[in-house]
Design a binder for this molecule. Structure first.
Ligand code: AMP
Length: 406
């Protein structure tokens, strides 16, 4: 991938910077932010702009309001927390476009920050062609553009791609985005070997493509979580009521075949924790994969022999990429496999890269986040980057070789 302009290359002093951030934070019923990682990890770029003597307009989405105003998905709680973290007022805009917002943006002085309201209150954010003037109106709020939102970098949205045409020679990557590209780029393009990938979770259709592309890069592939059962079915093993997608069986068969041809070790669970329902008081048993999962039961976690197998095979790793929990991690009783693999990774002498909300939560839950080389802020984005070697929002930024226009 071509190197992109960095926030460091921008002449920020006295200018207004429009920055796309990812403040898509989890909220509880009282609108309290339950995890502020996405805000704290953007602070480096935010403070940098202010220290350089720029003013700053921040924009983000939150949740899925589907093009409609929804007070439950307002960014007001984020502006309050950010204000505390920065120790200064963060002006909260009533919307993300419109006359009032433009007027507020025009009043900002160097060192001041304004946060726009949820971009996805307008459907043109996710569907730029519906109204190209949306991106243009956003663009009018700043003189320089910075994208620091890795979590949405795989989407061609108004605030990530369409907007960049209004900032020719002035669209740069923020520090967080740069760090993501550096880690994922070096892990994938030039990994220290052996290089292993662990893929779990439930989004089978969106992850099966990445599994195929990983086969040309890794020395070993570990599949767990809800991903595994389609592969069992592809081998003629009954999976009972476990999560699976019948129409992806041919794709799973091709993946198994290709792994053989490429001499890549592909590990599937050899035993499974099976439950009658997804609940902490479910009746559970451990079933060997070869014995099939009975009707009325579903696989909810990898079993103890699989934990041992995966952990021992991972021991010689020099690079590991992990995306997706190995069981229904949200239910305490089914979180053992995911936590055990999190612990194994934390104890490896290797470059470890973890992506995806649940795998990241598991790493935090076992208290080893500081022993992981890189925790990616984008699950889907990191997988697409690995699959295609590029992402639309990164491609749209100015090439590093281009001289910045004053
Ligand atoms: P993903 O977004 O693809 O990483 O999927 C995360 C989700 O996968 C979590 O909500 C887990 O509960 C779910 N998951 C993991 N293992 C299983 C399983 N065996 N059966 C059903 N869901 C699972």
């Amino acid at each position: 991938m071509t190197e992109k302009l960095s926030i460091r290359d921008l002449p920020i002093s006295g200018k207004q910077v429009l920055m796309r951030v990812d403040f898509n934070v989890p909220l509880d019923k009282e609108y309290h932010i339950t995890n502020d990682t996405r805000i704290s990890s953007a602070l480096h770029s935010i403070k940098y702009v202010l220290e350089q003597g720029g003013s700053l307009v921040l924009m983000s989405h939150l949740g899925r309001p589907k093009g409609k105003k929804n007070p439950e998905l307002s960014l007001i709680p984020v502006s309050k927390l950010l204000s505390k973290m920065l120790g200064q007022e963060v002006l909260m805009a009533p919307d993300c476009i419109g006359e009032e917002v433009q007027q507020l943006a025009d009043t900002l002085q160097p060192g001041q920050v304004m946060l726009l309201e949820n971009l996805r209150f307008h459907s043109a954010e996710e569907h730029p062609n519906e109204d190209p003037s949306f991106a243009q109106q956003l663009a009018e709020l700043g003189e320089l553009y910075v994208n620091n939102a890795f979590g949405t970098a795989h989407r061609s949205h108004s605030s990530t791609v369409a907007i960049t045409k209004y900032f020719p020679g002035k669209s740069a990557a923020g520090f967080l985005l740069e760090k993501e590209i550096q880690f994922l780029g070096s892990a994938v393009l030039n990994p220290q070997r052996p290089f292993y990938a662990i893929i779990g979770g439930a989004k089978i259709s969106s992850k099966i493509g990445v599994l195929r592309s990983l086969l040309s890069k890794v020395d070993g592939l570990f599949i767990g979580g809800g991903m595994a059962y389609t592969f069992f079915k592809a081998q003629g093993i009954d999976v009972g009521d476990s999560l699976h997608e019948d129409d992806l069986i041919p794709e799973a068969q091709k993946t198994l075949q290709e792994a053989k041809e490429r001499n890549v070790d592909l590990f599937l669970p050899i035993d499974n924790v099976v439950a009658d329902r997804i609940s902490d008081d479910a009746a559970t048993q451990v079933v060997q994969t070869t014995d099939s999962i009975p009707q009325g039961k579903m696989g909810v976690d990898i079993g103890p022999h699989t934990i041992d197998l995966f952990s021992s095979k991972l021991k010689d790793a020099k690079t590991v990429l992990w995306n997706g929990p190995l069981g229904v991690f949200e239910v305490g009783k089914f979180s053992n496999g995911t936590k055990a693999i999190a612990r194994t990774l934390a104890n490896l002498d290797a470059v470890t890269i973890v992506g995806g909300g649940d795998s990241t939560s598991a790493i935090h839950a076992v208290g080893y986040a500081d022993r992981i080389s890189h925790i990616s802020t984008g699950g889907g984005a990191s997988l697409e980057y690995i699959e295609y070697g590029k992402l639309p929002a990164i491609e749209a930024l100015t090439d590093a070789a281009v001289k910045v226009l004053e």
